[in-house]
Design a protein around this ligand. Structure first.
Ligand code: NAD
Ligand code: SER
Length: 320
């Protein structure tokens, strides 16, 4: 049986991606791998392996010995956490990628998914309807690592025929696990505070528009891209992808329609200077035209779904 491995499976994207891939390919065919010693509750129904993406030989041996043919490499430090430890962020965000690209170059792995981010853009990028091809001068270590990763993915495709596919995810909004240290995390945290009846202190200014996406759309996009015929994939760096864009004031306004007493205040911190360099909205016409991408969730649906499903007990797992 050909196997699929998700590295960084216990995070915000991985916990949902693994379950959807298991639905499609069969539970035993999809292995969740993560640095964490114990498998998250949601993934316990299938194979789990503790692995460190930075241990090149161990990752290589595992993939070759277990017949893994498809890899989703999700392990990374996100934008805010990466700024606190730039050297380690660079190491983690780059080294694991080379391990997997080389395995594909040697013919062990047949297909790779590696996520990029809106963080590849910078202060000199046009911020409204940011095009696929444009000025890219990221100022964060996270953005630099994603931009560099994109260049290497395209290089391995052009020079070695490696079938690597990628999306520049916007900020992702979900309720099954907590986000991992990004600049867009406020748009998840806000729902927990709203459900707890607390005032929410937002670390971005009220008018900071950022591209966002509900997780169900992101997982569907990832699988649609991975299943698209090769001839439909013209971009081997990473695709722009758009869901819905909003500001803290706009999401708070939408929450107030459900919880009229909800209050938000603003205390911008270092993440404001990261957000200021990112686009407010994204032009994703290549993804739409080439492999048929279309989002389903707008801000209204996203807020309603999050408020219906957020479980504040998840906050107790933060320190565990
Ligand atoms: P996350 O922080 O929630 O999860 C990352 C997972 O990787 C964690 O479970 C962590 O334990 C694991 N990990 C860390 N170091 C590891 C190592 N050395 N070996 C194995 N596993 C390790 O991140 P996420 O939000 O799920 O993001 C996944 C990917 O998608 C990242 O590359 C991220 O840059 C990208 N992305 C995410 C978003 C978003 O909004 N969530 C947006 C754009 C891009
Ligand atoms: N959500 C991510 C972050 O804020 C974007 O890549 O870091």
């Amino acid at each position: 049986m050909s196997k699929t491995l998700i590295i960084g499976a216990a995070g915000q994207i991985g916990t949902e991606l693994v379950l959807e891939l298991r639905n499609r390919k069969g539970t035993e065919a999809v292995i969740a791998g993560d640095l964490k010693e114990s498998c998250p509750e949601a993934l316990r129904g299938g194979p789990y392996v503790q692995m460190d993406a930075l241990k090149r030989e161990e990752v290589r041996n595992y993939i070759i010995e277990n017949g893994v043919k498809e890899v989703y490499l999700l392990a990374a430090l996100l934008s805010a956490t990466a700024e606190k430890n730039p050297a380690f962020a660079w190491e983690l965000n780059m080294e694991g990628l080379f391990t997997i690209l080389d395995l594909a170059k040697e013919g062990h792995v047949e297909k790779i998914f590696w996520p990029s981010s809106i963080a590849v853009f910078g202060p000199t990028t046009p911020q409204i309807n940011t095009p696929q091809l444009t000025i890219m001068e990221p100022t964060t270590v996270y953005g630099i690592s994603k931009q560099t990763g994109e260049r290497w993915c395209e290089y391995y495709y052009n020079n070695y025929g490696v079938d690597v596919r990628s999306i520049r995810y916007p900020g992702l909004i979900s309720y099954t696990s907590l986000p991992g240290g990004g600049t867009t995390d406020y748009a998840v945290d806000i729902f927990y505070q709203a459900k707890l009846g607390n005032e929410f202190s937002c670390f971005l200014k009220e008018d900071t528009a950022l591209p966002m996406m509900y997780m169900e759309d992101a997982i569907r996009a990832t699988i649609e891209l991975m299943e698209a015929p090769k001839e439909k994939i013209d971009i081997r760096s990473s695709y722009n992808l758009s869901g819905c864009s909003f500001t803290p004031k706009e999401i708070a306004g939408e929450i107030t329609k459900h919880i009229p007493d909800f209050k938000i205040s603003y205390a911008p911190d270092f993440r404001q200077s990261i957000a200021d360099t990112w686009p407010g909205s994204i032009d994703d016409s290549q993804a739409r035209n080439q492999w048929g991408w279309k989002e389903r969730f707008n801000l209204e649906m996203l807020v309603k779904t999050m408020l219906e499903n957020v479980n504040v007990d998840l906050l107790k797992t933060i320190s565990s």
